[in-house]
Design a protein around this ligand. Structure first.
Ligand code: C5P
Length: 219
């Protein structure tokens, strides 16, 4: 059928998003940032003043979430209703709150169903997140766990934020979120049949090339 799904999981700061976007561009594939969907859901809950501790209310909000996410790797635009939230979902408040939505089982089930629909619609797609290789698309032709040492991840996230953050705050932000997220899905150990790509000692382009060659081998 020509279907080619590339599933990539990894912790925050592993460089997943930039690596997957670049690989998708080179391959001519679509791209899905599932983390952006959890972020958009969180943005919507906050905008609707939903109490994030209220599981039922969060689930209801996610069910009616008017989300639109572009799958063009070169033009990422995420809208919720009429609002372009592309930048708003990246602020620290969302990063801090997103695990609360991501650990809500009903909200997760809804977002996972939406992700599967997008993957099915596209056919040739690089999809990245925390549970793509294991839950969303375990039947993907290419399944990769992109890892990097804590040091490498902290260094990259620091550079991404312009080096303005103090080290301790950054460490808390990156590593605490991993701890919170690991409650919802285990993305630190590769599941059966999932290849580990450790980028700690690789340049950005080497990491992208490694992912691309795995796809080409599977094609
Ligand atoms: O990848 P990113 O850091 O933008 O993801 C934001 C959050 O979304 C993660 O911290 C995690 O809580 C959640 N997430 C998830 N499952 C995914 C992708 C993201 O739980 N597949």
């Amino acid at each position: 059928t020509g279907r080619m799904v590339v599933a990539v999981d990894g912790p925050s700061g592993s460089g997943k998003s930039s690596v997957c976007r670049a690989a998708a561009t080179t391959l001519g594939a679509a791209y899905l940032d599932t983390g952006a969907m959890y972020r958009a859901a969180t943005w919507y809950c906050l905008e609707q003043e939903v109490d994030l501790d209220d599981h039922k209310a969060v689930a209801v909000a996610v069910e009616e979430l008017p989300l639109n996410i572009s799958t063009n790797p070169d033009h990422q635009v995420i809208t919720v209703g009429e609002s372009d939230v592309t930048a708003a979902i990246r602020v620290a408040l969302i990063s801090e709150k997103v695990s609360q939505v991501a650990t809500n089982p009903e909200a997760r089930a809804l977002l996972i169903a939406a992700q599967r629909a997008i993957i099915d619609r596209e056919g040739f797609i690089v999809a990245e997140g925390r549970d793509i290789t294991t839950v969303v698309a375990p039947d993907a032709q290419v399944r990769v766990l992109l890892t990097a040492s804590a040091e490498a991840r902290l260094r990259r996230r620091g550079a991404q934020l312009g080096g303005t953050q103090d080290d301790e705050a950054l460490r808390r932000q990156v590593l605490d979120r991993d701890t919170k997220d690991s409650a919802a899905s285990n993305f630190t150990v590769a599941a059966d049949g999932v290849a580990v790509l450790d980028s700690s000692e690789l340049s950005f382009q080497q990491t992208v090339d490694s992912l691309i060659s795995r796809v080409q081998l599977a094609q």
